[in-house]
Design a protein around this ligand. Structure first.
Ligand SMILES: Nc1ncnc2c1ncn2[C@@H]1O[C@H](COP(=O)(O)OP(=O)(O)OP(=O)(O)O)[C@@H](O)[C@H]1O
Length: 350
């Protein structure tokens, strides 16, 4: 696969996207309950959240495949709320790739450009330009040797690359991907994820990706958006959301194994399983005692599940520490600066 060091010919200006008070209902179902969101120009923004929280509806609204009931959508400086999909300079890649089965890979990739050429003979792309652009994109995605094949003769990962090639060959200033990796097995997912990150960097376009996989979201995004029941729970850099979750919902949603949460004095206290220090006697720490219930070997350590005085908790134990077995008593200290505090309504305190 070719890695371009200078900006490729597929580069286009990257667009900022802004949603203000966007609402959408389907009968009694509120899919979007007033979404306020800015997607920075040139970012790789990942929208993540549990099933049914409105992720796909946001993407479809940005693409113009669905119309909001209220609110404003801007792409760049333009209010595009009532513009048709064709007037938005946006391309969306669907979960199932939707390739044309009777066309070759080359035919699939060039389809949009050929259509454009037919509609607009004067300023549309010329045959030679189409060939060059398809060649460039095929090189970028490592598809040069597959151009003569049909979709049925490709692996899942190759089909995904063809769908991406078909989208980026049109040089959109905004590229939308709905669960692009969901059809791939875990090993292919990891390499496809790396490919999307590289592609984003080389294209310089704004890329918005939807997933329900929080691990994938954390590792892929430059800008992360967590959705909760039709609204944005929090948006910012992945690091910001992981280290300073704005609510108990975001805290519990991001991170694997998930954050431990306890009731303490009318508040909710949270700590990451990696922040618990075994056998530490530090004064500036919350002590928690428990009994080991089960241990899960992870290769470089253990995930240890314990029962404590006020419910269970999880601890991540690294290699080199005392090896725990079920029935062991443990004493864990959580440094005060690593504690997260949430009020009765779930919002972060301090
Ligand atoms: N065309 C439709 N008609 C009726 N209800 C819809 C329609 N599209 C979406 N919904 C509902 O709106 C809500 C949000 O759906 P959406 O597909 O945006 O969620 P999602 O976060 O992408 O979910 P998933 O991760 O399961 O794909 C859901 O309750 C869904 O059932």
């Amino acid at each position: 696969m070719t890695t371009l060091t200078s900006p490729p010919r597929t580069t286009h200006t990257a667009a900022q996207v802004e949603l203000a008070g966007v609402t959408r209902t389907f009968g009694a179902v509120v899919a979007l309950a007033g979404v306020d969101l800015t997607i920075p120009a040139g970012s790789l923004t990942v929208i993540v959240g549990p099933s049914g929280c409105g992720k796909s509806t946001i993407l479809r609204t940005i693409a113009g495949l669905d119309s909001p009931d209220g609110g404003v959508l801007r792409i760049g400086a333009d209010d595009v709320t009532s513009r048709s999909p064709g007037e938005r300079d946006v391309t969306m890649v669907f979960q199932d790739y939707a390739l044309f089965p009777h066309m070759t890979v080359e035919g699939n990739i060039s389809f949009g450009l050929r259509l454009q050429a037919r509609h607009d003979r004067r300023s549309g792309p010329k045959r030679e330009q189409i060939r060059t652009r398809v060649g460039d994109v095929a090189a970028l995605l490592g598809l040069e040797d597959l151009l003569g094949r049909r979709p049925a003769q490709l692996s899942g990962g190759q089909r995904q690359r063809v769908a991406l090639a078909r989208a980026i060959v049109r040089r959109p200033s905004l590229l939308l991907l709905d669960e692009p990796l969901s059809a791939l097995d875990p090993q292919l997912r990891a390499s496809a994820r790396a490919e999307i990150i590289r592609l984003h960097r080389e294209l310089g376009t704004t890329l918005v990706l939807v997933t329900h996989d929080q691990q994938e979201a954390l590792s892929t995004a430059t800008h992360l958006v967590v959705m909760e029941r039709g609204v944005v729970a929090q948006s910012g850099s992945p690091d910001e959301l992981y280290r300073r979750p704005a609510s108990e919902f975001v805290a519990a949603f991001l991170g694997s194994p998930p954050m431990n949460l306890h009731d303490r004095g009318g508040l909710r206290i949270g700590w990451r399983p990696t922040d618990g220090q075994l056998e530490s006697r530090s004064a500036d720490a919350l002590p928690i005692e428990g009994v080991v219930e089960s241990c899960e070997y992870t290769g470089d350590g253990q995930h240890v599940r314990c029962t404590g005085p006020d419910g269970g908790f999880m601890l991540v134990q690294r290699e080199g520490e005392r090896w725990l077995v079920p029935g062991d008593s443990v004493r864990v200290a959580v440094p005060t600066e690593r504690l997260h505090r949430f009020g009765p309504d779930g919002t972060r305190l301090s």
